[in-house]
Design a protein around this ligand. Structure first.
Ligand code: CA
Length: 234
């Protein structure tokens, strides 16, 4: 069986060892880089399937590692950091990180995030991401027909609302920042106006959620963006 390789970029050895042990017992192969420079040189020889990245590194800042890897690779990057500020999360995600987990975290959570990233990257590489319908808890999205249904009943969304929902569903399980959503839905020159997004999200939730104040499909990551519940189909 093919084992996925996880590159762990972490300067503290005991944290690496803890992660490596847990990942190995879940069938992953791991590799360790204790600095940013080591990570960048190791990356090219290793071609990992997922990268777990600590931001506080002894040489280059983790943010720069994201930017450098993203300049030539689509490899999923999950930031695992003690930095809890919203601005750090937003910066990392907008620089190209796929997800963000703050320390301390639970191992089941980390494993779930890794599975989500692997699923998205395998879909992207076989080019079928837009073909497979999304399905979770009675919500179904057919991307080819552009139909959204809830427990089999068609939900009418405006074109903008559909774009937002489709984008979140195609990235389900991952947080999408306000900036990413604004640029993908309204175009690269969209003004950074979160209000228009909030208004649309309020309308979407009224249509999708039984109780919009306690959503089960689309969650708010305060100050960062939105995350849609993971696809059940895979
Ligand atoms: Ca560190």
């Amino acid at each position: 069986m093919h084992k996925f390789t996880v590159l762990i970029i972490e300067d503290e050895k005991h944290i690496y060892e803890f992660m490596a042990k847990a990942l190995a017992s879940n069938g992953y192969r791991t590799s360790w880089a204790a600095s940013g420079k080591e990570a960048l040189s190791l990356y090219t020889s290793l071609c990992p399937d997922v990268i777990l990245l600590d931001l506080g590194l002894p040489d280059i800042d983790g943010m720069d590692v994201i930017v450098q890897i993203r300049s030539w690779s689509e490899c999923p990057i999950i930031v695992v950091s003690a930095r809890k500020e919203e601005s750090d999360k937003v910066q990392a995600l907008d620089a190209g990180a796929d997800d963000y987990l703050t320390k301390p975290y639970g191992m089941p959570e980390l494993l779930a995030r890794i599975r989500t990233c692997l699923r998205h990257s395998s879909r992207n590489s076989n080019g079928s991401s837009a073909q497979q319908p999304y399905q979770a808890k009675g919500l179904k999205i057919d991307f080819l027909k552009r139909i959204v249904s809830l427990d089999g009943i068609h939900v009418h969304l405006t074109p903008i609302e559909y774009k937002i929902v489709a984008l979140l569903a195609q990235n389900s399980g991952r947080v999408m920042t306000y900036t990413t959503l604004l640029q993908d839905v309204w175009g690269p020159y969209a003004e950074p106006d979160n209000k228009i997004l909030r208004v649309n999200m309020a309308n979407i939730r009224r249509k999708l959620e039984k109780n919009p104040a306690q959503p089960v499909y689309i969650f708010t990551e305060v100050g960062i963006g939105y995350r849609m519940i993971d696809d059940e189909a895979t």
